[in-house]
Design a protein around this ligand. Structure first.
Ligand code: GLY
Length: 357
């Protein structure tokens, strides 16, 4: 597994912590800050400490874990810590954690003093195959995911596969949804390879391949004007379900669990609107349904889900926009979906029986 070159930065997969030290030594940084949450502070920071302990001038900033904390208040907390620690423009922020850390840390760094450098060390499967690559930074506001943010590229990404060893099974499945999506939108062979692999323990090669697919897309379209919208397959309905669950459930769905639901609904829309075959639909339902638990979405929630979808930043001129599949491994962007069509996708999911894990 070679390192990948992204838009303007490397993504390392091997000897990652040594590469981190090399990167730091070659840079001209005055100060280092490691952003963690209570989980990565406990489980991952000790693993990198022996590497960064050699550095002078580093401080740790810890925030609470969880999507509900990816908001402006925690961002202000990070900015204040940077001010308290006298971080100057030559400082480097090292984001050690999952998607909340990379999104919020990237946003805080991209705006502090008009922007300081940051790198990501993604510690969850989800952040390794998705959030850490492509330069999206952001926070949530009023229950709208990532509605405030920037496109700012990190200076490097270090993907350390061994961090996944201690990750709970539910978090592995969360990241797996994005890996499955990468196969569905662009690479039927990768989808087939995933199907026959041990999906509960994705190998380093499969993680690499997933990042390679995503990286190719973001290099071509860093600001999501065209082909990057392909990465939104499953996310129009999936994001709405995720937001709904965050607002109403005691134990909310993970991102990947919600995207799995979104992918099934949007696979049905693909079958209805852009000619994806019944056989491909059945295959997608069988694979995804076999991995994720059923989630009950009653018809009385549809209006609320629709109103969440209407606030989605992916919409154009107030119309709801989906990426759909013409077949497994091929997608089509910019499909306007009506309210009734979206409900048909949700209905399809709700009527499925005996397919869920
Ligand atoms: N998570 C989708 C993207 O980075 O564009």
């Amino acid at each position: 597994m070679k390192a990948l070159n992204s838009i303007s930065y490397p993504i390392y997969f091997e000897n990652t912590l040594t590469e981190l030290v090399n990167f730091i030594n070659q840079g001209n940084y005055s100060r280092f800050f490691v952003l963690t949450d209570e989980n990565t502070g406990k489980h991952c920071l000790p693993l990198i400490r022996k590497y960064i302990d050699k550095l002078d001038n580093f401080d740790i900033i810890e925030i609470n874990a969880g999507e509900e904390n990816k908001n402006i208040d925690f961002c202000v907390g990070v900015w204040k810590m940077l001010i308290d620690f006298s971080a100057d423009r030559q400082s480097l922020l090292i984001n050690l954690g999952g998607g909340v850390i990379s999104d919020l840390g990237g946003f805080a760094a991209s705006t502090y003093k008009r922007g300081i450098d940051f790198v990501h060390i993604p510690t969850t499967l989800l952040s390794q195959v998705d959030a850490s690559v492509g330069g999206k930074t952001g926070i949530d506001l009023d229950n709208i995911k990532n509605i405030i943010g920037t496109f700012t590229q990190p200076k490097a990404v270090f993907i350390e596969h061994s961090f996944l060893n201690t990750l709970p099974a539910r978090q592995i499945l969360s990241g797996l949804a994005e890996m499955l999506k990468h196969g569905l939108i662009f690479d039927a062979a990768y989808w087939r390879a995933l199907k026959v692999s041990d999906l509960h323990h994705p190998s380093a090669e499969l993680v690499y391949k997933s990042v390679e697919i995503k990286n190719k897309v973001v290099i071509e379209d860093p600001h999501e004007k065209g082909i990057r919208k392909s990465l939104n397959f499953g996310h129009t309905i999936g994001h709405a379900v995720e937001t709904y669950s965050l607002m109403h459930d005691e134990d909310p769905l993970t991102h990947g669990e919600a995207i799995a639901i979104g992918m099934i609904c949007e696979a049905k829309l693909s079958n209805m609107k852009v000619g994806m075959s019944d056989a491909d639909l059945a295959e997608i339902v069988e694979v995804i349904g076999g991995l994720y638990p059923r989630y009950t979405i009653s018809e009385s929630c549809y209006k609320e889900l629709y109103s969440i979808m209407q606030k989605d930043k992916k919409n154009q001129s107030g119309r709801i926009n989906c990426t759909l599949l013409t077949s497994i491994g091929q997608c089509r962007i910019d499909n306007i979906c009506t309210e009734d069509e979206l409900y048909a996708g949700l209905n399809y999911y709700s009527t499925l029986n005996n397919v869920f894990s």
